[in-house]
Design a protein around this ligand. Structure first.
Ligand SMILES: NC(=O)c1ccc[n+]([C@@H]2O[C@H](COP(=O)([O-])OP(=O)(O)OC[C@H]3O[C@@H](n4cnc5c(N)ncnc54)[C@H](OP(=O)(O)O)[C@@H]3O)[C@@H](O)[C@H]2O)c1
Length: 358
């Protein structure tokens, strides 16, 4: 596989690379990359044939969108690029510093129509374009009715300001309701889900992945390396390292658990067997999961992006999948307990019945 092994994103006509360049790190800040490095990362991705880039209005307070817009326009590649950005975080109060109940404009965040229109106009300006290819609801706000979100985003598709939309970080039922409304009403619906998904974050397999398959939505894993954890650069005895997860940081240290260290050791063994970096093997695992259409990759160095792109060349054996799956298995939830083989065979008179989606 390579970045030019294009595929559609979910049940849509949007043609994308199997890896999407995430630009959360573009811009100033302790975990950010300056303009020259960001440009080199972008050029390396484009040079390898990648056509899909992801940003958000909130990344580096808009600097990520500004840089990306500049790189795209200076290379004259707007028509070739699938440009994705997001709305939802509050533009008047940083999500990291806002004091509950104080300051901040409630109309500058969330998924209400007023904020979506405001956010889109700002993003278009920063990106220097007049349309977005894929517009993401960054995270569910818990209050705006799904009907209103669908109406607003559908209107923007009809107005030509966005080509498609998708949902990130939401309950599975929200996506299913939206997709059902879209097919019943014959209106534009979400074509993809952006979710945290990696060898140490598999909870989405319980409800979200089945919804994606049922509704024809492509899954786009974010933090496929768990913020760098799966590269193996942190050790249980020493988590200081020199990466994003070391020291005080906005991403927290929630990945440093006993279970995750155990997953890391299995990953290390397979990477040694294949003589490839652990990060590449972790990416190969997530890219091969059912419903995964395109995986977001992030980097702070050109060498990282090059290595991440090289992950497309790896094919894991059935035995290697089995080892990784067993070590990283998430706890069974209600849905998977209901569909366990033993129960199903009981319902079907002792026969093993396979569903069409397997
Ligand atoms: N929808 C959402 O809520 C959401 C949330 C988060 C991210 N995202 C999107 O997903 C993209 C990717 O997320 P992410 O940055 O968290 O992904 P990630 O792949 O889990 O982590 C990327 C980080 O890992 C380290 N790294 C990357 N490649 C490496 C390699 N080959 N070897 C060693 N270390 C490596 C780098 O950090 P250091 O070198 O600094 O340690 C890099 O910044 C973002 O850019 C953004 O577009 C979306």
């Amino acid at each position: 596989m390579s970045l030019t092994d294009y595929r559609t994103l979910g049940r849509s006509g949007l043609v994308v690379s199997p890896l999407c360049l995430g630009t959360m790190t573009f811009g100033p800040g302790p975990f950010g990359t300056d303009e020259a490095t960001s440009r080199s990362i972008y050029d390396a991705y484009r040079g390898a044939g990648g056509n899909f880039v992801d940003t958000a209005d909130v990344y580096s307070d808009g600097a990520s969108e500004e840089m990306l817009g500049k790189f795209i326009s200076q290379s004259g590649s707007r028509d070739e690029i699938v440009l994705a950005t997001k709305f939802g975080f509050n533009a008047s109060a940083s999500p990291l510093t806002a004091t509950p109940g104080k300051g901040g404009n409630p109309h500058a965040g969330g998924a209400g129509a007023k904020n979506i229109h405001r956010a889109l106009e700002q993003s278009l300006k920063r990106l220097g374009t007049d349309y977005i290819d894929l517009y993401w609801m960054h995270l569910w706000d818990g209050v705006t009715p799904v009907e209103e979100i669908m109406q607003t985003l559908g209107d923007l598709v009809r107005a030509g300001k966005i080509r498609y939309f998708g949902f990130s970080d939401m309950p599975a039922w929200v996506a299913m309701k939206a997709a059902t409304m879209a097919s019943e009403r014959r209106v534009p619906g979400p074509i993809a889900m952006q979710l945290e998904y990696s060898l140490v974050a598999r909870l989405v397999e319980e409800e979200h992945v089945p919804v994606a398959r049922e509704a024809g939505m492509g899954v786009m894993p974010w933090s496929p390396l768990a913020g760098g954890f799966l590269s193996g650069k942190y050790r249980p005895e020493d988590t200081s390292g020199s990466g994003r997860l070391s020291g005080p940081n906005p991403f927290g240290n929630s990945k440093f658990t006993k279970q995750n260290w155990a997953v890391l050791e299995v990953l290390r063994g397979i990477a040694t067997e294949l003589d490839r970096p652990m990060a590449e093997v972790a990416l190969a695992w997530v890219m091969a999961q059912p419903s995964v259409a395109s995986t977001l990759i992030g980097a702070t160095k050109v060498s990282q992006i090059e290595s991440n792109i090289a992950a497309t060349e790896i094919t894991l054996s059935a035995a290697q999948f089995e080892k990784l799956n067993a070590a990283s298995a998430p706890p069974a939830g209600i849905s998977s307990s209901l569909t366990a083989t033993g129960i199903r065979s009981m319902l079907f008179g002792g026969h093993t019945v396979t569903g069409w989606q397997v």
